[in-house]
Design a protein around this ligand. Structure first.
Ligand code: ADP
Length: 257
């Protein structure tokens, strides 16, 4: 449990640092982006135009990283009633235009009316991250599948060294038939800034993990090179009493553990 505490504290420190940094960086990047845009107006000077698009592209990428850092750093969440169907509807809407024609998407929910305590926006963000990763893993097309079912804890829950929540879990799975991951990637995918992509931030999965943990849940991944990847989110359907506290994500988030 001590190792877990240290890990949580490191994580917390990182989140605070990321929050402060990203806020200041965003303020610096915005005027830079504007400057890049103005340079682009000088179309008859190719050197200036090139400089303009360079400044703008770097600025944009910086802003994306900052955005990821901000959503990762955003700690306190408001608990509300989340309806599974509403969550997946919102996801479908957000994904519109991002699913290439060669990717077939299908959603199979065993109970769209299922309602549980959590944060809609955060979970939506988390699923969106996973879906976009899945799409990026299928440059030649494939199948993106989102499924849900009720289940018990995964067997290896205790590997996380957290107090498990009593009762039933909602298991949400985002699966793709993409390129999968090698051993090294599988080992490192939750590390901050770890990415195998040209323009990746390496913060997407870290932020997913944080969101799921703040819901008192866990994430599991299965991946086979050349076959595909599945991310499973296990979310407890009945959050424990706040006063009880054990394993409730809020404590963990506020670093009071
Ligand atoms: P980013 O997407 O910016 O690289 P993430 O933290 O979301 O950051 O992902 C980290 C890395 O994990 C990715 O660069 C990629 O190598 C790997 N990864 C994540 N999702 C998938 C997936 N569905 N299929 C294959 N690899 C994946």
């Amino acid at each position: 449990a001590e190792a877990e505490l240290i890990r949580a504290q490191r994580f917390e420190a990182l989140a605070m640092l990321a929050g402060g940094l990203s806020h200041d960086l965003r303020n610096l990047l915005q005027p830079l982006l504007l400057a890049g845009d103005s340079l682009l107006d000088y179309q008859d000077d190719p050197r200036l135009a090139r400089l303009g698009s360079l400044v703008r592209d770097c600025g944009k990428r910086g802003l994306e990283m900052v955005q990821s850092m901000l959503s990762f750093a955003r700690g306190a969440r408001r608990a509300e009633q989340v309806r599974l169907g509403a969550l997946t509807n919102a996801l479908e809407l957000l994904l519109q235009g991002s699913v290439p024609r060669a990717v077939a998407m299908d959603m199979t929910l065993d109970d769209p009316e299922l309602t549980f305590e959590g944060n809609h926006t955060e979970l939506q963000q988390c699923l969106l991250n996973l879906c976009l990763n899945a799409i990026q893993a299928m440059p030649d097309g494939g199948r993106l599948q989102i499924t849900s079912s009720r289940c018990a804890l995964p067997d290896d829950f205790f590997l996380d060294d957290e107090e498990p929540q009593e009762g039933e879990y909602l298991r949400l799975t985002v699966a793709d038939t993409g390129h999968g991951m090698d051993e090294d990637t599988l080992e490192r995918l939750f590390e901050p800034f770890f990415t195998t992509k040209q323009t990746g931030t390496g913060l997407g999965l870290l932020s997913c993990k944080r969101i799921v943990a703040s819901h008192g849940g866990v994430m599991r991944v299965e991946s086979e090179p050349g076959e595909g990847t599945a991310f499973h989110l296990y979310l407890p359907l009945a959050l424990q009493d706040e006063a009880d506290g054990a394993g409730s994500g809020e404590d963990w988030l506020q670093g009071e553990a």
